[in-house]
Every structure is written in structure tokens, then in C-alpha cells.
Design a protein around this ligand. Sequence first.
Ligand code: ADP
Ligand code: 5GP
Length: 214
Amino acid sequence: MNDPHDLLLLILSSPSGAGKSTLTHRLMQEVPELAFSVSHTTRAPRPNEVDGQDYHFIDQERFLELVRSNDFAEWAEVHGNFYGTSVAELERARQAGANVLLFDVDYQGARQIKAALPQAVGVFILPPSMPELRRRLESRGTETPESLARRFAKAREEIGQYPFFDYLIVNDELQTALADLKGVLAAERCRRSRRAPTAEALLRAAVDSTEVLE
Ligand code: ADP
Ligand code: 5GP
């Protein structure tokens, strides 16, 4: 993947049920120049999910074909299904004129994206407590008892990956977590490396205006 350096790459990860999708949807409503990297998955769509918008839903055979043809920038098996980010998503975001590209991926995907694009920013969403995580997973009403147990059992391993991320956001009260996430975006936009071209342009202009004055 080649990264146009003006595009801010934001990786969002969390244990299942911590609120990543909810936060992503809210952030997209409030930050119009944000593009969401639509992953491919072999998991079945949930009732509220739209093909091509939440995920590209494909079968396992097609997924493995895309793996073989190197169409994925990263992919992983998560909770018994395959998930992958296609190389084309970065290009799509650039063409759409986005200046933030958000990846909703598990920690394996986060590691692969960071390895390829070290300037990507990793944000890990934590639940306020384990009972609340379980309650959210149950209340979402999307999992079979087996899938729910599998996702909850995996949460410990996933939370153990927190040192790998740049920011940790506790999603207790949704509005606060959303404000934290927007704060991360604001801070990352002000990074010296991003703002250096502006400073350099001012320096050049300052030299010119000094010449005019002399
Ligand atoms: P993830 O994408 O991380 O698996 P979801 O965004 O689907 O998690 O959230 C899991 C459930 O928890 C959903 O039913 C969602 O409405 C709910 N939820 C998300 N954030 C909060 C919050 N701050 N407080 C209460 N419920 C929440
Ligand atoms: P869900 O089935 O709840 O939508 O997602 C399950 C897990 O798969 C979540 O941790 C989510 O972040 C992760 N995931 C979604 N898309 C991708 C992807 O393209 N690559 C990787 N590695 N993980 C993904």
C-alpha cells in the first residue's frame, strides 16, 4: 500500500462489543471528510448491515481467491471468520477526497497495517468493565450463544494487546468516548510532521516579504 502522506490513517480496534462500530458511525456523521475502509468478510451480514457499506460480504472461496491474488493489504481469521482490508480501499479513499481513512480491524490487522504504514495511528477502545462488555454483547442481539461465548472469551487476549496502540479510549459514556476520539483526531492533525509544510510556506513568504520591505 502506498500512503499519500496527507491522508491520516486511523486504526480502531477493540474487543467485540466495546463499541467500535457505534463510535465509527457517530464519528462519520460528524467528520464528513472521513472515509471508512470497508473490509471483506466471510461472516454473515447482521440484520442492520448493508453490503458494500459495512462490509463486502463474500464466501470463503472468493475470500481465498482474493488472498491468492494479493488483493488484501492485510487479512486475518477472527472469531472463526475471515476478514481483510483490500489494497483498493486506500485508493478509493484518496479518490473520494478523504483526509482521514478509518480502519476497523482486530489487533492482528492493526499490526499488519502499522508494519506497512508506521505513521498510522492506533486507537484501542476499552469497555468500562467486563460485566458491561458482556451486557453490551448480549444486548446487541446479533450473536448465537456460541458466538457470544467465543467473542467474550477472546476479550482477555484482545485487551492484552493494548500496549501496541498509541491511544486508549474507555467507552463508558458514549458522548465522552466520542469527544475523546475527536480529540485524538484533532491532536494528530496538529502533529508537527503534518503542519511542517504550512510552517515552511510561511517561512518562505516571510523571506519574500522581508525582501519587499528592504
Ligand atoms: P463493536 O463494534 O466494538 O463490536 P458495537 O458498536 O456493536 O461494538 O456495540 C456493542 C453494543 O453496545 C451495541 O448494542 C451498542 O449500541 C452498545 N454500546 C456501544 N457503546 C455504548 C455505550 N457507551 N454505552 C452503552 N451501550 C453502548
Ligand atoms: P465483527 O464480526 O464484530 O464485525 O468484527 C469482528 C472483528 O473483526 C472485530 O475485531 C473487527 O475489528 C475485525 N475486523 C473487521 N474487519 C477487519 C479486517 O479487514 N481485518 C481484520 N484483521 N480484522 C477485521
